[in-house]
Design a protein around this ligand. Structure first.
Ligand SMILES: [Zn+2]
Length: 617
């Protein structure tokens, strides 16, 4: 029985591992959207037409397609509503007096999005809704390499703002239009991803968007694409000195956005619209409500956005669009293609912080575009990592460890007992707390700690190479690991598997320090399951400082000396299975002042106390 069972597990987990070890594929589906939308700003209802040319670059014949109808989540009884009522720590923005805000929405306040008609290459097709997903059985299969044109009419209602999108935000922005159109689900090397909209995270198909939006002419619109008719529109888009003459009550805004996987827009009759031209970079647009208390912050935000753009261009890779817009709207901060929606009534540091984070997502969520439902840590975590570095520079924070907050969060999660492996689907975490820390903090530490393992220079080289090799490819965890391996020459499978697929923790300690003649014998122990290489700092009573480096055997490599001003001794490898490890200091015990594991504190050792041996004065 025992033997059979272990055989079963070998086969079962062997197969699971094989899947997760695949790399992102060399093909991508392609969508071209042409949409024409009429918005009634009084009822918050809109109608639209959508022509979608779908190119099937996969090796598979497709007989069915799925669309996301996100706004259907904002209805009493939706999966989002029910989840909100059942999760232990619901998102406070979505609750009022301890109850789900979705549950109390009236007919005129709910969100909805429905297809009214749908054809494939002019033939009607059958379709039905399953909550936030539209299931479409095609009239004829789309062969591998084939193209098909799907034409839809749709109607929607913008929900009261509950989460991310909606009408009349808490800061009184009229329309935050994200996830507003019928959006084709992604089909990639893993198949379809028709995730119901329960809480979070998106995955999309790249393509070209041509969007016309007609609404009341008093509203200023900002969002994803390049405005095609600025001279008809005005609202700050026109060439200086132009006089705009408008006829009728509405304006039709025409946007184009090439090579994006989402299209967001926001509109308000009271937006201030500023344009900031970067010297060597995209044009930056800012949209914010006229509020004397915060206007100065929004002005000062503009050069900081340019500085952040330059920082990311230099440290990750070139931003591939000519425009980026920072727009007041939404319910916190959320990234969209070529733009972000952030709340704006903030202290300056917080305003810069949220902008930096959302802007950084342009690289990780929009250009690399990892499937965030499955690998949320590669999006939120990497974004948090690079944002912390950026804030440290552009806000002159000069923190020694800019990721300190991430480590604190991670240790709190480990101590809470609520941790789940990072490979958990974003919607399936038992608590929002565990999701948040796992995605953002533990995800950021994946990189900061990788820098400890392979060296900081190699880490920054890895990030650039990763971006360059996998942009517009939806990379998967193995891709960042392979990139780090190629850059460092080390084997890193252990790092990826333990950190991201288990909750194994790191705990190394100094077990004993003993005199050995006129030398000193140090015994280390590995208490946690997760392996790591060790940097050890030794301080003598005479003030000398030197380091010892214990490579992990299964890395089959060594990093460069991270402390080039100190003498470093590279010791024998530590094979992981051995619980203890001994080495000798060329120093008498009398002269040892302190011994410390990982002085950088970038190794996420969950028990810090046993990392230090110190002689009391
Ligand atoms: Zn984020």
């Amino acid at each position: 029985m025992r033997h059979l069972q272990s055989l079963f597990f070998t086969v079962f987990f062997g197969a699971a591992f094989y899947l997760s070890a695949q790399s992102s594929s060399s093909w991508q589906q392609h969508v071209d959207y042409t949409m024409d939308v009429q918005m009634d700003v009084k009822t918050y209802q809109y109608t639209g037409t959508q022509k979608l040319v779908y190119t099937n670059n996969s090796p598979d014949e497709l007989t069915r397609v799925y669309y996301h109808l996100y706004y259907n989540a904002f209805q009493p009884g939706s999966e989002m509503d029910i989840r909100l009522q059942n999760i232990k720590d619901p998102d406070k923005r979505m609750m009022e007096d301890g109850k789900s805000r979705i549950a109390s929405l009236t007919e005129s306040e709910i969100g909805y999005l429905h297809a009214k008609s749908l054809t494939q290459d002019n033939q009607p097709v059958s379709f039905f809704e399953e909550g936030t997903i539209l299931v479409v059985d095609l009239a004829k299969p789309i062969p591998a390499g084939g193209k098909s044109t799907l034409e839809m009419t749709f109607e929607g209602q913008v929900p009261l703002q509950i989460r991310r999108a909606g009408r009349n935000s808490s800061e009184d922005v009229a329309l935050s239009m994200s996830q507003w159109y019928p959006k084709l689900s992604e089909y990639d090397f893993e198949g379809w991803h028709p995730n119901p909209y329960i809480a979070r995270e998106f995955h999309g198909v790249w393509g070209d968007f041509d969007v016309k939006i007609t609404l009341d002419k008093d509203y200023t619109v900002g969002g994803t694409g390049y405005l095609q008719n600025p001279q008809e529109i005005g609202h700050g888009y026109e060439a200086t000195g132009t006089k705009i003459k408008t006829k009728g009550k509405t304006l039709t805004w025409h946007f184009k956005a090439p090579n994006v996987h989402d299209f967001m827009w926001a509109a308000d009759p009271e937006y201030i619209h500023d344009i900031y031209e970067m010297e060597n970079g995209p044009t930056l647009h800012f949209f914010y409500k006229d509020n004397p208390e915060f206007n100065e912050n929004w002005k000062n935000l503009q050069p900081k956005t340019a500085a952040a753009m330059t920082f990311f261009n230099n440290n990750i890779g070139e931003y591939p669009y000519d425009q980026y817009s920072v727009i007041q709207g939404g319910d916190g901060g959320m990234e969209y293609a070529m733009s972000t929606l952030i709340t704006g009534e903030r202290e300056f540091g917080s305003l810069v912080g949220v902008m930096v984070h959302e802007l950084a997502h342009s690289w990780f969520q929009h250009v690399l575009a990892t499937n965030e439902s499955k690998h949320e840590w590669m999006d939120e975590g990497f974004t948090s990592f690079i944002s912390s570095l950026c804030m440290n520079q552009i806000m002159e924070q000069n923190k020694q460890n800019p990721f300190e907050g991430s480590y604190r969060g991670y240790y709190a999660l480990v101590n809470s007992g609520l941790e789940m492996p990072q490979s958990t689907h974003a919607d399936r975490y038992t608590t929002n707390f565990a999701y948040g820390i796992s995605a953002y903090s533990k995800g950021a530490i994946f990189l900061s700690q990788l820098g400890y393992v392979i060296g900081q220079d190699k880490l920054m080289e890895t990030i650039k190479k990763y971006f360059n090799d996998f942009k517009f490819k939806h990379p998967v965890p193995n891709d960042i690991k392979r990139t780090a391996e190629k850059v460092s020459g080390m084997e890193l499978n252990w790092y990826l598997t333990d950190w991201t697929q288990t909750t194994n923790a790191i705990d190394y300690g100094i077990k004993s320090v003993e005199a050995d003649g006129n030398k000193t014998k140090v015994t280390m122990e590995r208490i946690g399951e997760m392996p790591m290489p060790l940097d050890i700092l030794v301080v003598g009573k005479d003030g000398t400082q030197e380091t010892y480096y214990v490579p992990l055997r299964m890395m089959y490599g060594e990093k460069d000396n991270p402390y080039p001003n100190l003498k470093r001794t590279v010791l024998e490898d530590w094979p992981w299975a051995y619980p203890t490890y001994e080495f000798t200091l060329d120093m008498s015990l009398d002269n040892v002042q302190a011994i410390m594991i990982d002085p950088s504190q970038l190794m996420a050792d969950v028990e810090g106390e046993n990392n230090i041996y110190q002689v009391e004065e």
